[in-house]
Design a protein around this ligand. Structure first.
Ligand code: ASP
Length: 580
């Protein structure tokens, strides 16, 4: 028998019991007459004690054990004289009477404890050792718990989990595909799915009514802290629903997750904010509502006063950094540096300090009169002691920069409180102008339906048409998104035409779906949640990597198994990727 208990469950009630434990040697302390050893498994740590006077043989044996040896011990549970109340097993220890080495270990490349001395790259290489550490174990348990909770909720609502294929077909829409060469069909390739979108729609046509899948998706995009080439979605689809049905259903799921996993009760109903309002007030379609500091457009107020930068700008907006009039030159310079870094892209920062005595100090004193500043102050609902920050430029870029500046100020002023503020952003535009290719593309995806009342603009003013599309945003993080779909063949064909597909292209790429629409397609819609992001949000971190057992690094590499890697000439030939 390897164990009668785990390393995390013995306590004062077990005193006097003879027990068997197995686990890893975390560390040992040799105090001459006594040797103490921490034995670890995923459940916790139990202290073993070896007494030189009672069992010199065992004590000698224990001293020889290296870190991460796997051992089995037998012994008596006794009360500790020196208690550690921080851990559940901290009131007892094991007076060891038998020790057996089950597996030895090389010296690990970093310490395997709560805090480690290992660098990122080294820990990725030895991920299986890093995964022994309790912070990572906690993360994966959290992930597991959330997955179970999602399944419990959806099962309870009659959703059925159906697997869809991983080897599918490449399409030019969306992000870049990962492709897999086909040996049996030389010169042809499968693509790994960016999402099971078309399959879940087909399942609705097949009558499954409520589908879900915790599913791996693949996108060949540049990586960031919240992006991995393969990631997991909670993918869902429902038949005979309108937008509100979907929002209400999944609000329920998110609320249940918060309640059962984090013991947090969220608002009964999540607010819904139109996309236009989100862009106007926050400069982004994923506003962080933990704090206010809304953007105010002041374009018409400030133009025509002789300040060229403003006069030549499409959009001028500002935020009110409350009580920050005392900001030093250095602090303002830092903010200027922040907004002008290439990732943010602003040309410069204009400020207006409203001093405590009501006087003004601005970086554009030369161009504007006190009277103007009063107007700005009023427009931004400012009071004495506030600092107003302005950016100017094209509408699109400046809104983005303003939203980043707002988040930065929220961080500096410590306004991002430890609360969760869920929000549905609704009424997204159907189409978005793609500068690079001078054409409209689907903002969500080409299967999204337009609002009936906006259809009249589809030809004359396509950018104005709103979609039945929605995103769930929590604390400024996009957690999920979906739409009510097109379910009529002719409408889908029309949509492809608007997206610049020829009928032949549409037929070649999505003919199977449009064909299916001919055989009785129910009205349907759905949503997909980024499961890794949701778990990271629950865990309180921005990096989804910490919540994935075996993630890739920033270059898309798995440094542990060393992938991607070259394949043999033989394999290349077999795949028809080398001319013989
Ligand atoms: N398939 C979509 C996505 O991955 C989500 C959806 O529309 O359900 O973004």
């Amino acid at each position: 028998m390897y164990r009668t208990y785990t390393c995390g469950e013995l306590n004062i009630e077990h005193i006097g019991e003879n027990v068997i434990l197995s686990g890893w040697v975390q560390k040992s302390r040799d105090l001459g007459g006594m040797t103490f050893l921490d034995l670890r498994d995923r459940y916790g740590i139990t202290q073993l004690i070896f007494n030189m006077e009672i069992r010199p043989d065992l004590c000698e044996q224990a001293r020889k054990l290296g870190r991460e040896y796997v051992i089995r011990v037998q012994g008596l549970v006794v009360e500790r004289s020196n208690k550690n109340l921080k851990i559940p097993t901290g009131e007892i220890e094991i007076e060891t009477s038998n020790l057996e080495v089950l597996s030895s270990s090389d010296l690990p490349p970093f310490t395997i404890e709560e805090k480690t001395d290992g660098g990122e790259e080294l820990r990725m290489k030895y991920r299986y050792l890093d995964l022994r550490r309790s912070p990572l174990q906690k993360n994966l348990f959290l992930r597991h718990k959330m997955a179970q909770e999602v399944r419990r909720f959806l099962d309870g609502k009659d959703f059925i989990e159906i697997e869809t294929p991983y080897l599918i077909k490449s399409t030019p829409e969306g992000a870049r595909d990962f492709v897999v060469p086909s040996r049996m069909n030389q010169g042809q390739f499968y693509a790994l799915p960016q999402s099971p979108q078309t399959f879940k729609q087909l399942l609705m046509i097949s009558g499954y009514d409520r589908y879900f899948q915790l599913v791996r998706c693949f996108r060949d995009e540049d990586l960031r802290a919240d992006r991995q080439p393969e990631f997991t979605q909670i993918d869902c689809e429902m038949s005979f629903v309108e937008q509100e049905d979907i929002l209400n259903m999944f609000e329920g799921m998110i609320k249940q997750l918060f309640r059962n996993v984090k013991e947090i009760k969220l608002a009964d109903s999540f607010p819904r904010m139109p996309y236009d309002e989100a862009m106007r007030d926050y400069g982004t379609d994923k506003p962080d509502l933990r704090f206010g500091m809304k953007l105010k457009e002041i374009t018409s107020l400030v133009q025509g006063k002789g300040f060229r930068v403003f006069d030549q700008s499409e959009y001028i907006g500002g935020i009110n950094a409350s009580s920050c009039a005392g900001y030093s030159r250095k602090q303002l310079d830092q903010l200027t540096e922040f907004v002008t870094q290439p990732q943010i892209g602003a040309k410069g920062l204009v400020y207006l300090k409203i001093n405590e005595d009501g006087s003004f100090k601005s970086s554009v004193d030369k161009f504007f009169k006190e009277q103007d500043f009063y107007q700005w102050k009023e427009a931004l609902e400012a009071k004495d002691g506030d600092l107003l920050l302005f950016l100017a430029g094209s509408r699109r870029n400046t809104l983005f920069a303003m939203s980043e500046l707002r988040l930065e100020m929220g961080k500096r002023l410590d306004l991002k409180k430890n609360v969760f503020t869920p929000l549905w952003v609704v009424d997204f535009p159907l189409l978005e102008w793609d500068e690079d290719n001078s054409r409209f593309t689907a903002m969500h995806h080409p299967f999204t339906s337009a609002k009936a009342e906006d259809m009249k603009w589809l030809d004359s003013d396509p950018g104005r048409v709103r979609a039945n599309a929605y995103d769930l945003v929590i604390n400024g993080v996009e957690i999920g998104g979906g739409s009510i779909r097109i379910h009529v063949k002719e409408e889908q064909e029309q949509m492809f035409r608007h997206l610049g597909f020829t009928d032949e292209e549409a037929e070649a790429q999505f003919g199977f779906l449009m064909n299916a629409f001919k055989y009785g397609a129910p009205p349907h819609g759905g949503i997909a949640f980024g499961f890794d992001r949701l778990v990271a949000l629950f865990g309180g971190s921005e990096s989804i990597r910490d919540y994935i057992a075996f993630p890739k690094n920033n270059s898309g590499r798995d440094v542990m198994i060393d992938s991607p890697s070259a394949i043999s000439e033989e394999q290349l030939k077999e795949l028809g990727l080398r001319v013989r």
